[in-house]
Design a protein around this ligand. Structure first.
Ligand SMILES: *[C@@H]1O[C@H](CO)[C@@H](O)[C@H](O)[C@H]1NC(C)=O
Ligand SMILES: *[C@@H]1O[C@H](CO)[C@@H](O)[C@H](O)[C@H]1NC(C)=O
Length: 226
């Protein structure tokens, strides 16, 4: 009896390790999730809180970008009307309108050449006012989107901050509709979303396959344990 505990434990632990490796691959393979990590480490380095990555808000950030209709030069002095959140962005994302929370800050940038997440942070934050938005204590959650990654520029990045309660705000009914997910990438949806680099193409399949294998191993290990 005691002898079988070792292999059994290994059989149970291995899939767990594989699973965590697979989910880590998710967020490293999505430029929007990478920007969330950069924002959070930048905030914690200046004693501000780490923000919760909200999928509904991330999806809304992508619709916010789409509202510019590719007009790069508009990001400096134009904003979509506030009413678009309730009338267009939330419904398009499957976000329950009643759960929309106050937007406490936004950073938007656009350029013709794709900036990687670290470059994007520098472009998004270019003066003292932007830095105040980045470090504001009013935020509790964040949603990030990038577009233009599916076939040429211009490349838009959008960061939306909110002061809502992460567990109950920007709640998605079921799943985010496919039409709201493309073209582009947004944070918090646990989705592989390659940036424009051609080498990114192979990674989602490998991550997906290893997750499947890990899940199968886990099921087998559970069956053996019974
Ligand atoms: C935070 O980001 C801003 C804007 O990119 C940058 O100037 C600053 O050096 C960053 N701080 C840290 C600690 O990385
Ligand atoms: C935080 O919220 C308060 C109250 O709405 C506002 O006056 C202040 O400007 C905000 N701070 C930042 C950095 O946005």
């Amino acid at each position: 009896m005691a002898m079988s505990a070792g292999p059994l434990l290994a059989a149970l632990l291995l899939p767990a390790l594989l699973l965590s490796a697979a989910s880590a691959a998710d967020s490293t393979n999505n430029p929007a999730d990478q920007l969330v990590s950069l924002v959070n480490s930048n905030r914690t380095a200046s004693k501000a809180s780490s923000l919760s990555d909200n999928q509904g808000l991330g999806c809304i950030a992508l619709q916010y970008i789409k509202a510019y209709q590719g007009q790069c030069s508009d990001v400096r002095d134009k904003k979509p009307p506030e009413s678009s959140f309730a009338e267009k962005f939330a419904p398009d994302c499957g976000v329950q309108v009643a759960t929309l929370s106050k937007i406490t800050g936004r950073l938007v940038a656009c350029q013709s050449k794709y900036p990687s997440p670290p470059e994007a942070l520098d472009i998004l934050v270019n003066d003292a006012k932007d830095l105040q938005v980045l470090h504001s204590k009013n935020h509790t959650e964040i949603g990030v989107a990038v577009s233009g990654t599916d076939g040429g520029g211009p490349y838009f990045w959008c960061v939306l901050f909110s002061g809502g309660k992460p567990a109950t705000s920007f709640k998605v009914d079921g799943e985010v509709p496919k039409t709201a997910m493309h073209p582009g990438c947004f944070s918090g949806n646990n989705d592989d979303c390659a940036g424009p680099s051609p080498t990114n193409g192979a990674v989602p399949t490998i991550a997906g396959a290893s997750r499947l294998v890990a899940a199968l191993l886990f099921v087998m290990a559970c069956a053996l344990a019974l």
